[in-house]
Design a protein around this ligand. Structure first.
Ligand SMILES: Cc1cc2nc3c(=O)[nH]c(=O)nc-3n(C[C@H](O)[C@H](O)[C@H](O)COP(=O)(O)OP(=O)(O)OC[C@H]3O[C@@H](n4cnc5c(N)ncnc54)[C@H](O)[C@@H]3O)c2cc1C
Length: 301
């Protein structure tokens, strides 16, 4: 590990490599033990070199964006966490095409699109993730999803190949893509948008963000909707109807404002969240016969 850290320091720079980094500082849940190593490579070349070094050393690694859909174990992660949020941030607009590196925040792409008079990403402006994470999750809201606006995705494959994958081959479904199964890393994304009036685009974004503030417990740390929407139901409604609004385990609580959100009301551990989710799933299954599936991804458990 020591030799790997030395090499990662050469590739990323000393200020971009940290040991025993608390993951609670890098997840919107504000939960998680330490990662052995935390790195923020710069650009696609830096990312490729860092990945190659980890593979050569046989050390496990994981790539993350903004940590907004992530629950990290209280024991942390034994390996290298590669964060793209600050190192892969290029964005270019050419006509109605936007190309963005994986670390660009959705809010920034949506805002740049709006200023340029490009419509189609309004739905994404309030989703607090990076482009890479949004593609992996096929993030969506208010009737829109990444699948509708993507043309192709640039992926670093496990064998080191760089490929542009057309959207039709990305296996994008409800909060899924082919990326976890193929072990690829999303490095950049291309969108095709439609011409629109900036003031109208902004008005729509403002309206959706107002609705989020009214309906979602944004004042508490969380990872957004905890469970996927089961076919024919809404997870939040089932949880509410099961009488679980405000129910808590340790510091983890079912939000009264939106029962689809498990929030960290202060000092929650990953174990609290997992136990609360287990009890929620059990109660909903018993009362309504519906199985809930986690939307939040876990790390280190
Ligand atoms: C308040 C709140 C509201 C939310 N609202 C919504 C919503 O309306 N709709 C919605 O869909 N989601 C929503 N989310 C969830 C979350 O913001 C999205 O899933 C987002 O797309 C995750 O992006 P991220 O960069 O934070 O990914 P992370 O949480 O960092 O990672 C998510 C997963 O993707 C993997 N990953 C990340 N980047 C890459 C990459 N470049 N290559 C390969 N794998 C990668 C990670 O390993 C992890 O498994 C919300 C979250 C919060 C906290």
């Amino acid at each position: 590990m020591e030799y790997l850290i030395e090499q990662l320091t050469v590739v990323c720079g000393a200020d971009k490599v940290k040991r025993d980094e608390p993951m609670s500082a890098h997840t919107t849940f504000r939960i998680g033990g330490t990662a052995d190593v935390w790195i923020e490579p710069s650009g696609e070349d830096g990312l490729c070199e860092a990945v190659a070094l980890c593979r050569k050393a046989g050390v496990p690694f994981v790539v993350i964006g903004n940590g907004s859909n992530l629950l990290v174990s209280d024991d942390g992660y034994r390996g290298v966490v590669i964060c793209l949020r600050r190192g892969l941030e290029k964005l270019e607009i050419e006509g109605n095409i936007i190309r963005a590196e994986a670390g660009v925040l959705l809010a920034r792409v949506a805002s740049e699109a709006m200023k340029t008079g490009l419509a189609g990403l309004e739905f994404a402006s309030g989703i607090p993730g990076c482009i890479g994470g949004a593609v992996v999750m096929n993030a969506g809201a208010y009737g829109g999803e990444m699948k509708q606006v993507l043309t192709r995705v640039h992926v670093l494959m496990p064998d080191g190949a760089h490929v542009w994958i057309p959207v039709e081959e990305m296996g994008l479904g409800y909060r899924t893509s082919c990326i976890p199964a193929c072990g690829g890393i999303v490095t950049a994304v291309e969108f095709r948008l439609q011409p629109g009036e900036p003031s109208a685009i902004k008005a729509r974004m403002d309206e959706l963000n107002r609705s989020r503030r009214e309906k979602q417990p944004l004042e508490y740390p969380s990872a957004g909707s905890t469970f996927k929407r089961p076919e024919g139901h809404f997870a939040g409604k089932l949880i509410q109807d099961a009488g679980l609004a405000g129910y808590s385990v340790g510091g983890a609580r079912v939000s009264e404002k939106h029962c689809g959100f498990v929030i960290n009301q202060g000092g929650a551990t990953a174990a609290d969240v997992m136990e609360l989710c287990r009890q929620i799933s059990e109660r909903v299954k018993d009362q309504f016969g519906v199985s809930l599936e986690m939307e939040v991804r876990t790390l280190g458990m």
